[in-house]
Write a new protein. Structure first.
Length: 146
């Protein structure tokens, strides 16, 4: 197990970050590493402040009505990501939404097939008979019917 940084904070508690190999303090509390730490924080701040790379607003919408169309869109997105034309966070969102859409498309196809099968077998439920409807509406009370 790695040694923990021995630096004490203002409140007296220990830092608890992993100490550097051969030292008792972490990179953040090592005065010899202050320039490196400062550069890293600056680079991280610059990278974080960059806007996400997204498609332009005039990019046409894509029809996604089948798994083939979803697959084609994912292929395009993967290639855009590989070229650096699409931010990884955006690509991650596209991938997640595509998986949700694929499940939805599969569910729709299954419901359609089941409906067609039930219809061909004559298993479609008949509408409620009048007396059953009245019982539901009136709570089972006999309303003017003898």
């Amino acid at each position: 197990m790695a040694n923990k940084c021995q630096f004490r904070k203002e409140d007296g508690s220990k830092c608890n970050a992993d100490a550097q190999t051969g030292k008792e303090i972490c990179v953040f509390h090592d005065p010899e590493q202050s320039v490196t730490v400062r550069r890293g924080r600056r680079a991280g701040g610059i990278k974080r402040s960059r806007p996400a790379t997204v498609l332009s607003t005039d990019t046409p919408d894509v029809e996604l009505n089948s798994s083939i169309e979803v697959s084609s869109m994912l292929t395009d997105s993967i290639n855009q990501l590989r070229r650096g034309d699409l931010d990884p966070r955006v690509a991650n969102g596209v991938g997640y939404l595509a998986s949700v859409l694929l499940r939805s498309l599969e569910q729709g196809q299954m419901e359609k097939r089941l409906s067609e099968l039930e219809s061909s077998l004559g298993l479609v439920q008949s509408p409620l008979r009048r007396s059953e409807t009245e019982e539901v509406v009136t709570g089972g009370e006999n309303v003017g019917h003898d």
